[in-house]
Design a protein around this ligand. Structure first.
Ligand SMILES: [Zn+2]
Length: 339
């Protein structure tokens, strides 16, 4: 039996949990449409392939926006517009619910967390009205900016819950900034009832995942693919339903796996770990959720029911109240039957 086509996957109702707003890239694209941006200056850009691990991600991001983005672009109107466009694009590939993460320092310092998130909230309401797509926001804490800034971000996230903030995410340099530095910050978030997701098991091994769970109370893991190295950890993730947010193109581009065929996705699925598929940085990587699902379907010869299971896992792990989750699950099932 062959795997489903890209078109069939595009028609399916979907849920995505790991998607960065990519503020600077989207602002750049917005400015380019108005012919209002300096061209990228290739001689200023180092080749990302010459770097490895997290440094490669940093270089990739830099390469795509060299030529600078002026501070004027960080207006509330533009933030609302780029969020609206992201949700419009998500809805056009039939996402029913998406969690959008945001953590760029410039936006937060130039506009302030409140104005930034209020602008995003306006886009969220408009998109829900116009396209019927629901969404939540995740505030990303960047490890290398230290524990103090992390605490500040968490306090802002808690204060801005009415804007649709559902969780905090710990991201950044996993190898050099261990989870213990952020126990206090993430403890505050947990006490306030926010969801916790941690980028872990991406650039560092299983111990980084264990500590993310035990010291930070992670409900979900960004990537987490190196869990495959530790059978005890796999059993733990399965038993406690700690969901992995796997982003196949991102994993490949950052050199975590040599080819998609060598990606541990199938092993993780076989071990009963709840896994989801996500696009991570779709503009940077030139992808979207439908393409990512199709890529894994093609590589691992997944059938439609296995794709549906991945989407069902995403609905189950979404940071939403139980009644919303039930509606989401029902929507996936009936939408699938119709697609
Ligand atoms: Zn990410």
């Amino acid at each position: 039996m062959s795997h489903p086509s890209l078109e069939a996957i595009r028609r399916l109702p979907k849920v995505e949990l790991h998607l960065h707003l990519e503020t600077s890239l989207r602002l750049r694209r917005l400015a380019e449409r108005h012919g209002d941006v300096d061209p990228v200056e290739p001689h200023l850009v180092a080749d990302p392939a010459k770097f490895s691990g997290y440094d490669r991600l940093r270089r990739l991001r830099y390469a795509s926006r060299a030529g600078k983005i002026s501070s004027d672009l960080y207006s509330a109107e533009n933030i609302e517009q780029i969020t609206y466009e992201l949700l419009e694009e998500a809805s056009s590939q039939h996402l029913r619910y998406v969690e959008v993460r945001v953590g760029g320092r410039r936006g937060f310092s130039l506009l302030g967390a409140e104005r930034m998130l209020e602008a995003m909230a306006r886009a969220r309401m408009r998109a829900e009205d116009e396209f019927g797509i629901a969404s939540g926001f995740i505030i990303t804490i960047v490890r290398e900016r230290g524990p103090e800034e992390a605490e500040q971000r968490v306090r802002e996230a808690i204060a801005c819950r009415p804007c649709g903030v559902v969780a905090v995410d710990l991201a950044g340099d996993e190898s050099n900034y261990p989870p213990a530095l952020f126990t206090r910050a993430l403890g505050l978030a947990r006490e306030a009832g926010l969801g916790i997701t941690v980028h872990a098991g991406e650039f560092a091994g299983p111990s980084s995942i264990w500590t993310s769970i035990y010291q930070l109370g992670a409900h979900r893991l960004g990537h987490g693919i190196r869990a495959v190295e530790d059978p005890e950890l796999l059993a733990y993730l399965r038993e406690h339903e700690v969901t992995l947010e796997i982003c196949p193109s991102s994993n490949m581009r950052l050199g975590l796996v040599n080819s998609l065929g060598g990606h541990p996705l199938k092993k993780l699925m076989a071990a009963g770990v709840p896994v989801t598929i996500n696009s991570d940085d779709p503009l940077l990587l030139g992808t979207d959720l439908s393409r990512e699902l199709h890529l894994v379907a093609e590589t691992f010869q997944l059938r439609m029911n296995q794709i549906a299971e991945l989407l069902h896992n995403a609905a189950r792990a979404a940071f939403v109240p139980d009644d919303v989750r039930d509606r989401l699950q029902q929507g996936l099932a009936t939408g699938r039957a119709r697609a």
